[in-house]
Design a binder for this molecule. Sequence first.
Ligand SMILES: C[S@@+](CC[C@H](N)C(=O)[O-])C[C@H]1O[C@@H](n2cnc3c(N)ncnc32)[C@H](O)[C@@H]1O
Length: 476
Amino acid sequence: MGRGKKRRRENDSEAPRTMHPRNRYAAAPPDFAALAALYPSFAPFVSVPAGGGRASVDFTDFDATRELTRVLLLHDHGISWWIPDGQLCPTVPNRSNYIHWIEDLLSSNLIPPISSSSERVRGFDIGTGANCIYPLLGASLLGWNFVGSVGLLFVDVTDVALEWAKKNVESNPHLAGLIEIRNANEAPCCSKSETVDEEPIRENTSEAVDNVVRSIPPILVGVVKDNESFDFCMCNPPFFESMGEAGLNPKTSCGGTAQEMACPGGEQAFITHIIEDSVSFKNSFRWFTSMVGRKTNLKLLASKVREVGASVVKTTEFVQGQTARWGLAWSFIAPRKMVIRASIPGKVHHSFMLQGHRHICGAFKVLKSAETFFCASNLSCKTDSVSFSIDVTIPDEQTQAAVLHGDDFPGAVEDNSTKPHSAITGTSFRISVFEQIPGTLLIRGSLLNKALSGTFSSLFSQLEDTLKEEFCRKAR
Ligand SMILES: C[S@@+](CC[C@H](N)C(=O)[O-])C[C@H]1O[C@@H](n2cnc3c(N)ncnc32)[C@H](O)[C@@H]1O
């Protein structure tokens, strides 16, 4: 699945510098020699250099990659797992990053829980595949509940994905109660699919495909049941239009059939379908998310999400081995009104530094993230990408509440009092981003409306936490 931006060689045998901090492989990569000693079936796939040094695995060998995944899931997660030859083989450290990003989204509290949410987090994995990796990891790492959907583009081939996803769940009785595998092709609207004789995505595949479904099978509409609600959906979509386009990476062998890797229109069409479906479930999902394989598609899809009226859009970058992937998240639920607490009164200027890799921490990217932060807090922003500054205006309603509370008293802006007040308008403060030296940015906040000094301090400190979390963590 290698079409993303090329990165320095970094496979599971090297220190994974870009792992999510809570990824269990963030501090140290798997020790292949130790695993080989514990699991004899893994030993034949592990080579130790003659003169000593780190043991390695041949990632161009599908059997080796699959055995490594099996052993890591068993040893580190207590999961019994297998897939038949040729099916898409997930790498455990990479797939864990997406799970932890969703965990961050849920715990950010930016979007309040949906009213019908239960105690246990409930997720919907679109296209769980034979490997069923996300439900298995999410259930074992975090105790999440999952529906994993299986949808097939070629309706007449043996249903390997459905059969093996179910087998992988049943082999883990301790998790089985948390995971439901659902057949998207049995959705009521599936019967509308048009069968044709051509074979649009058959290139480079030896599978017998006589009839194919021209359109993508149902994704959410028709598959999600009435009255169901979920904290999130996730998806590792079929990235490619054809297996030829997939151009399998010769340095790795993760398998993957045409059923799994390709669909008409590629990831752009698939994720657009999710976006369109999401409009029908505005209040049934707290977050919609998808992995995106190409940065150009990320921008385009983020615009589509805005066009359909999402209230919040978030993106992230996953660096996975040699390739980069992106995460796109959106929600239609109104973000929480920010609780503005006045903690450090009086200061007119605040600043902090962001230090990191130059590419990751570009000034424009930081400016856009700061803009997203303020917009998500319902503040209006005027961004000037020439001077790298944002003028932020606190709406009258919030301004007045802050002023009524003296701004320097702790209190939430929602609590608008009945005391008389004078309206305050105009820009409240300005945020500027300066590149000090390559890789180091200075973020400076200047208060323009002195009545709001406490509010300004509080917001600026939250901005600092958000940007440091987003940019400095990635750069480590
Ligand atoms: C790239 S694979 C991802 C498999 C697995 N989630 C992983 O991360 O390894 C994409 C999966 O989506 C499935 N798929 C395609 N269309 C679908 C649909 N409409 N509903 C559900 N799954 C679908 C494919 O069959 C394939 O298993």
